[in-house]
Design a protein around this ligand. Sequence first.
Ligand SMILES: Nc1ncnc2c1ncn2[C@@H]1O[C@H](COP(=O)(O)OP(=O)(O)OP(=O)(O)O)[C@@H](O)[C@H]1O
Ligand SMILES: O=c1ccn([C@@H]2O[C@H](COP(=O)(O)O)[C@@H](O)[C@H]2O)c(=O)[nH]1
Ligand SMILES: [Mg+2]
Length: 207
Amino acid sequence: MEFSSAEPFKGEGCLSKEKNLYITFVLGGPGSGKGTQCAKIVENFGYTHLSAGELLRQEIASNSEDGVMILDMIKEGKIVPSEVTVKLIQKGMESCDNGKFLIDGFPRNEENRTAFEQIIGAEPNIVLFFDCPEEEMIKRVLNRNEGRVDDNIETIRKRLKVFAASHYPVIDYYSKKGKLCKIDAIGTEDEIFERVRPVFAACEGVQ
Ligand SMILES: Nc1ncnc2c1ncn2[C@@H]1O[C@H](COP(=O)(O)OP(=O)(O)OP(=O)(O)O)[C@@H](O)[C@H]1O
Ligand SMILES: O=c1ccn([C@@H]2O[C@H](COP(=O)(O)O)[C@@H](O)[C@H]2O)c(=O)[nH]1
Ligand SMILES: [Mg+2]
């Protein structure tokens, strides 16, 4: 485990002027268990969970202007333009009194990361990275059964390729800043949560 940053972020963005922000980015490949573990963190530590993928799926469902473009990108496993995603995250953060956020599945590449910093004016305190072998991720996604348009073997392969090609620079960036907490994502959901729990328990005292 290599993280140090439990202090609230007080940056220049509109959000950070209004409240202390405790931001955790939750990263990992498709099916690595991000959403599952976020639900447990919410339950135990009272964070607000914002899944970037879920915000994009809600945008499709609301028939918004960007909906068709987003659907096309998701079907191909491609990364939606940063500005679109960051604006949705910003809206989610602004609509919440709580300043403790889990931002799940974002940033997916360096451009996402810098867009968040510019638009939101804040950085994460902690970055969780769920480290899971590809074969396990494929098995989990194919068993998920939630009717997602991208939960098929063809799109999963594309998502894994995009993940492998774009996430390392982000992970590396936060590792160098001492913010990365890599979690072994093999085991039962409860076993994995026992690896996650100490990260948040350590922050409780300073919030
Ligand atoms: N430790 C685990 N062992 C077995 N199955 C798991 C485990 N954790 C999660 N799952 C299951 O695997 C599937 C994928 O998990 P989850 O949706 O949390 O992944 P994710 O990282 O959010 O994926 P995506 O990036 O595609 O949204 C779900 O059906 C979930 O119930
Ligand atoms: O920041 C993001 C998050 C997601 N996407 C697109 O959505 C799908 C599904 O994301 P999940 O995190 O698995 O729910 C992803 O493959 C991308 O196409 C995105 O573009 N940017
Ligand atoms: Mg998810």
